[in-house]
Design a protein around this ligand. Structure first.
Ligand code: FAD
Length: 290
C-alpha cells in the first residue's frame, strides 16, 4: 500500500438479521470480533416486503444499546406504505439511529405482489429528506456492473444520478471482483456531476455454491479465473477460503491504492474472512497511524 492511501477510509460491515436464538448468539460473537476493528458502522439488511422488519429492528436496537458501534438499518420501500415507513423511520430516529441504507428492494416471491406507494429508491430518499431533513445520513446502492433489471447501462447511471440528486450522502456498491468495473463506474458518474463517496461493497469468498447463486440473482460477475479455481476445489473448503482471501485481499488493496473511500464488507454474519483480509491489508496499522 502506498502513501497515497494514508487517509482515513471508512470501513463498515453488513449483517443480516438472524432467524433464531442460535443465530442471534452467533451474530453477537461475530459482532464482538468485528467491533475490535473499530468500523464506522454495522449495517443490517431488511427483507423487502417487511419480512424481517422486527428482526432488523431488534438487531439494530441491540447494536445501538451496546453503544460500541453505530448501527445503520437498511430500509426498503417496494411494498411499504408511507405510514409504515414513517413509523419505522421515527422509531429509528428516536432510538438514536443517524444513518440509513435506503433501497428499493426486491419483492420476495410469495408476497402477493403488493407494490406499495414507491417504485424506486430515489422516491424513498426524497421522502426521508422531506420528513426528516438532515437527521439521517443516507447511503444508497450503486451497481458498477449495472443493475440486472436496468433498461440500459446509460439509464441505470442516470437513475443512480437521480438517487443522489434526491439527497443521498454516499453510496455502497453491489459486490464485484473486477476492479475496472468500479473505476469505470466512478469515471462515468463523476463526469455526470456526481461527487458523493462511492464505497466498494466487498463479498469475501467462503462458499462457492452460495456465491454463484447470489451472483446469478444480483448480476455480479464472477470472473472466469476465479470461477474455474473455485470449481476445481470442489468440497475442499479450506482451499476455497484461502484462495478467496488471497483474491479479495488483492482486490481491496488495489481499490484502496486507487483511492476508494473505504470498504463495506458483506460479512454474511461471519468474522473470520473479513478479519483475515483486514489483517492482510494492514488496516489496523493504517488506522493507528491515520
Ligand atoms: P433503484 O435505485 O430504485 O433501482 C432499481 C432499478 O430501477 C434499476 O434497474 C434502475 O435503473 C431502475 N430505475 C430507477 N429509477 C427509475 C426510473 N425513474 N424509471 C425507470 N427505471 C428506474 N435488498 C433488500 O431487499 N434488502 C436489503 O437490505 C438490501 N441491501 C442492499 C445493500 C446494498 C449495498 C446493495 C447494493 C443492494 C441491496 N439490496 C437489498 C438489493 C436491492 O434492493 C436490489 O438490488 C433492488 O433490485 C434495487 O434496489 P435499489 O435501491 O438499487 O433500486
Amino acid at each position: 500500500m502506498n502513501q497515497a492511501t494514508r487517509y482515513k477510509p471508512v470501513f463498515s460491515f453488513e449483517f443480516f438479521p438472524p432467524k433464531n436464538a442460535e443465530g442471534v448468539e452467533r451474530l453477537r460473537r461475530t459482532r464482538q470480533r468485528l467491533t475490535a476493528l473499530q468500523p464506522a458502522y454495522f449495517s443490517v439488511t431488511f427483507g423487502a416486503g417487511g419480512s424481517t422488519r422486527d428482526r432488523t429492528l431488534d438487531t439494530v436496537l441491540e447494536i445501538q444499546r451496546e453503544g460500541r458501534a453505530e448501527a445503520a438499518p437498511h430500509i426498503s420501500c417496494i411494498s411499504a406504505s408511507r405510514g409504515e415507513l414513517l413509523d419505522l423511520l421515527q422509531t429509528y430516529r428516536d432510538n438514536g439511529v443517524r444513518r440509513l441504507v435506503a433501497l428499493r428492494g426486491d419483492l420476495p416471491s410469495g408476497t402477493g405482489g403488493r407494490l406499495g406507494e414507491f417504485r424506486y429508491a430515489a422516491e424513498l430518499v426524497a421522502f426521508i429528506r422531506e420528513n426528516f431533513g438532515d437527521q439521517f445520513k443516507i447511503e444508497v446502492a450503486a451497481y458498477p456492473e449495472f443493475h440486472p433489471q436496468a433498461a440500459s447501462a446509460e439509464k441505470d447511471l442516470e437513475h443512480f444520478r437521480q438517487k443522489v440528486a434526491a439527497g443521498a450522502d454516499s453510496a455502497i456498491t453491489q459486490y464485484f471482483y473486477n476492479a475496472d468495473a468500479y473505476t469505470a463506474f466512478l469515471e462515468r458518474v463523476r463526469a455526470m456531476g456526481v461527487g458523493i463517496p462511492i464505497v466498494p461493497g466487498i463479498m469475501p469468498i467462503t462458499n462457492y455454491t452460495q456465491l454463484a447463486r447470489f451472483s446469478d440473482a444480483c448480476g455480479a460477475e464472477i470472473p472466469r479465473f476465479i470461477r474455474k479455481r473455485l470449481e476445481a476445489y470442489g468440497d475442499d473448503t479450506a482451499s476455497i477460503r484461502a484462495f478467496g482471501i488471497e483474491v479479495v485481499t488483492r482486490l481491496c488493496a488495489r481499490l484502496l491504492e486507487d483511492g476508494a473511500p473505504g470498504i463495506h464488507f458483506y460479512s454474511m454474519n461471519q468474522a473470520a474472512a473479513a478479519e483475515a483480509i483486514w489483517k492482510n491489508l494492514g488496516l489496523g496499522e493504517l488506522r493507528a497511524s491515520a
